[in-house]
Write a protein that binds this ligand. Sequence first.
Ligand SMILES: Nc1ncnc2c1ncn2[C@@H]1O[C@H](COP(=O)(O)OP(=O)(O)OP(=O)(O)O)[C@@H](O)[C@H]1O
Ligand SMILES: [Mg+2]
Length: 488
Amino acid sequence: MAPKRETKRRNSPLRSRAPAAAGRRPSQRGHVRAHPDGAKPKKKSIGCQLKSRKGERIPAVLCSTPITSRARNGAMLDQTAIMDLSVRKRAEKTLRAKKSELEAIINRTPFMLTRCSYDLRYRFVSRAYARMLGRTPEEIAGEPIVEIMGEAGLKTISPHIEKVLKGHTVEFETEVPYRGVGAPCVQCVYTPDRDSKGKVIGWFASISDITRRKLAEAALQKSKKLLGKRVRERTHELHVANRELEGEIAQRKGLEGEILEISDREQQRLGQELHDGLCQHLTAVAFMARSTALRLKNHRVIEVSDIEKIAELVNDAATDTRNLSRALHRVDIDSAGFSTALQDLVDREIWKTPCRLEIKPPLHIDDDAVASHLYRIAREAVINANKHAQAREIVVALARSGKGTVLSVTDNGIGLPSTVSSPRGLGFHIMKYRARAIGGRLEIERPKKGGTRVACYLPNKALQSQKRENNPAQAVSCENPKALAALI
Ligand SMILES: Nc1ncnc2c1ncn2[C@@H]1O[C@H](COP(=O)(O)OP(=O)(O)OP(=O)(O)O)[C@@H](O)[C@H]1O
Ligand SMILES: [Mg+2]
């Protein structure tokens, strides 16, 4: 420890120990003497370190002031004081720590801070603010705002400056053009800077760069709009698809009803044909056989021609029955047998109008369901041409173009009646239904040179999708096999 006397006086300015009298009461015992040349006596201060008995180091300052002693006849004396600086040093250290903490808060955070004066100059700018402008804080502090920001930037913030200088706190978000930097979108809070009397002497500005957030918000907004648009489009598509589906369901229901009706009708027709054709035929054969038998019984003679007539009638009955059974027989067509089936169709003897097949270039249908539907379309069209057209020729053609495959049946007959709405006819309905079922479309045309052309257009993609999936066409074709069989 230091000497006792010194220890007692640590927290108060310490005085020098020699000379004791002058040291104790300098103001009473002497006064600061002017130098003979009139110059003010020089006061000296020296910083030093004292050491306590425990070995602690005590910062101190030693001040020495020259005085003339009245007691000693104006002798020159040095009045010396030792001041303990521990408290002051500690306070300074705390202050320095606070200052560097404050600096860290201001400079290490991403928030931009400025302090500006009433005359529109920067007094202080944080490192983040200076960094945004590509400068150092020292380059900016003290400069007029207009020099740093440029006219356009200052013009943008002027209305807010006016308000803050009137003593209001201002908050705003805007794009501020900075000279040489661009126009970041910033969020600012301006707070008035007042002197001790409350007079506004400038303002503090806390600034955040929200450009990224704004861009993200704009992108989000755009995505929302796009999403909304997509949802609307999709909803519309779904509505349309739903309507189409409802239409399809209604049509199928109608078609099923019609199929049942035609099935009844066909049974009726079959019964009629058996009754009017085969039964009458057989009745005639029975009559002839009975009359021949009677003649044989009564006259013991029979005409050969009678027996031949009976044989002829029996043969006719057999032919009729064969035709009827052929009409009833449901031919299962697959892709492999498609061309042959078409050829058989046109070669049938039952047609009253000559019929021929054109396949150019030779092509092949890969899908069984497609082949089956196309065959039945062709057959109905050929039957129609035979039934209604009064034509001299019927041509069944199968051709492939860049877009797809076309099956057509063309006749040179009387052409379609102006209204083809035969309430009892189902052929066109079913042909259209079959075409749709395989992803194609049916067109019934009136060629310029006369007659009728029934064409089923099948796009390539329909053929591919039929191949890919277990398509509804097959399901449809199997839905009512008996009813469909009755139709064909
Ligand atoms: N090739 C054709 N030439 C002239 N008219 C035709 C031809 N094909 C069809 N038609 C007319 O169109 C109508 C409708 O034909 P559709 O095949 O739908 O019925 P249908 O043949 O009368 O009866 P179903 O086919 O049910 O036995 C026919 O009644 C006929 O008047
Ligand atoms: Mg028909």
